[in-house]
Design a protein around this ligand. Structure first.
Ligand SMILES: Cc1ncc(C[n+]2csc(CCOP(=O)(O)OP(=O)(O)O)c2C)c(N)n1
Ligand code: SF4
Ligand SMILES: [Mg+2]
Length: 347
């Protein structure tokens, strides 16, 4: 009797997990929303890097984008906070348990409109986390009003024109102190995956602004965040290849055509230059190039700035090795006798 062949065993990563171990719940976002494509790349990146899902904490604010942590890494820790307040939650969590890896997902409204004050301080402190802005230029969840990143001159579906200058979150993040700053597009699978893997290897704040079209409210002619507009105007700065510390480098580059940057964990980023002179380790050059892109209406993508050597906020605090959140009360609270002594001084 003929036997049915066994299906091949599912592929596993270096810690023995399959890609299914990195999935989350079923998305309730609109079909075709850029945010769904970003969740897929996050799943691929964490799977390929072999990160234990239980060692990751996901944080977000409010918006369609901020719902998306529910759709990836269902085994990780997760906290869906208040609109624009994710940075405070992330900062507290990172200090409370510096052994976890943090990934924040925010929207352009959540970050650059209501959340601007908190965003600025997270960038300035170089909190060790990946901060993703799923940037569609509108408030998708509340039916498509312009957000503060919308480009001047862009139109809403009904024809109203945005008359205000949009905020460039990447330029701002570099100015404020983030140590890994990049922009990508939800439709550019290869670039986004390479940037996410490099982001996982970085120790410090990663600001990854991902242009993520909203198919329901901002994908029409006249929008500067539509799939068509971004595909027609995308100007990548580099062709990015990321080689994790546990992988062998199997490509050789012509001298002078690529820049190699060693990451904190020994991984390497090979940036094959598409622009002759651009150096992503120079803050001033990065800011200048972003200003030029704005002048020329380019949708500039790629790695703008990287400083792998700057200590992160939790490094600067010189914390004890054991996470503060797991220390027993006897170690975190002075005993009653000491408190009584202090009180006696005021009698
Ligand atoms: C304090 C507060 N103000 C306003 C709102 C209403 N609100 C919910 S989501 C949102 C904007 C979401 O836009 P964005 O962050 O860009 O996410 P998207 O839905 O576009 O992914 C607003 C204004 C709220 N929930 N809480
Ligand atoms: S409304 Fe826009 S941002 Fe929200 S899920 Fe739909 S397509 Fe995505
Ligand atoms: Mg938005």
């Amino acid at each position: 009797m003929a036997t049915t062949p066994k299906p091949p065993a599912p592929k596993t990563n270096r810690i023995g997990l399959t890609v299914l171990d990195y999935r989350g719940g079923k998305s309730t976002l609109c079909a075709g929303c850029g945010h769904n494509a970003i969740s897929e790349r996050i799943i691929d990146a964490f799977y390929e890097m072999g990160i234990e899902p239980e060692q990751v904490a996901k944080v977000s604010g409010i918006g369609c984008s901020s719902k998306s942590p529910a759709y990836f890494m269902g085994r990780s820790h997760s906290f869906n906070s208040v609109h624009g307040r994710m940075p405070a939650i992330a900062t507290g969590a990172a200090v409370g348990n510096h052994k976890l890896m943090y990934i924040g997902v925010s929207g352009d409204g959540d970050t650059a409109s209501i959340g601007m004050g908190q965003f600025a301080h997270l960038m300035r402190r170089n909190i060790p986390m990946i901060y993703i802005i799923e940037d569609n230029g509108v408030y998708g969840l509340t039916k498509g009003q312009f957000s503060a990143t919308a480009d001047i001159g862009s139109t809403l579906k009904g024809g109203s024109v945005n008359m205000l200058q949009g905020i460039d979150t990447c330029a701002l993040a570099i100015e404020l102190g983030a140590t890994f700053v990049a922009r990508s597009f939800s439709g550019d699978k290869k670039q986004l995956l390479a940037l996410l893997k490099a982001a996982i290897a970085h120790n410090g704040t990663v600001l990854l602004d991902v242009i993520s079209p909203c198919v329901t409210f901002n994908d029409h002619e006249g929008s500067t965040r539509s799939y068509k507009f971004v595909k027609d105007h995308e100007e990548p700065l580099q062709d990015i290849n990321f080689v994790a510390s546990f992988e062998e480098i199997d490509v050789e580059y012509e001298p002078g055509t690529s820049v190699e940057i060693e990451m904190h964990d020994g991984s390497k980023m090979h940036l094959v230059k598409l622009e002759e002179d651009f150096n992503p380790t120079n803050r001033i050059e990065a800011l200048q190039r972003l200003a030029e892109a704005r002048e020329h209406n380019e949708v500039l993508t790629g790695l703008f700035y990287l400083n792998p050597d700057q200590p992160s906020f939790t490094d600067l605090l010189n914390l004890v090795d054991r996470p503060l959140a797991t220390l027993p009360q006897e170690m975190t609270r002075p005993p009653k006798s000491v408190l009584d002594e202090i009180m006696n001084e005021y009698r």
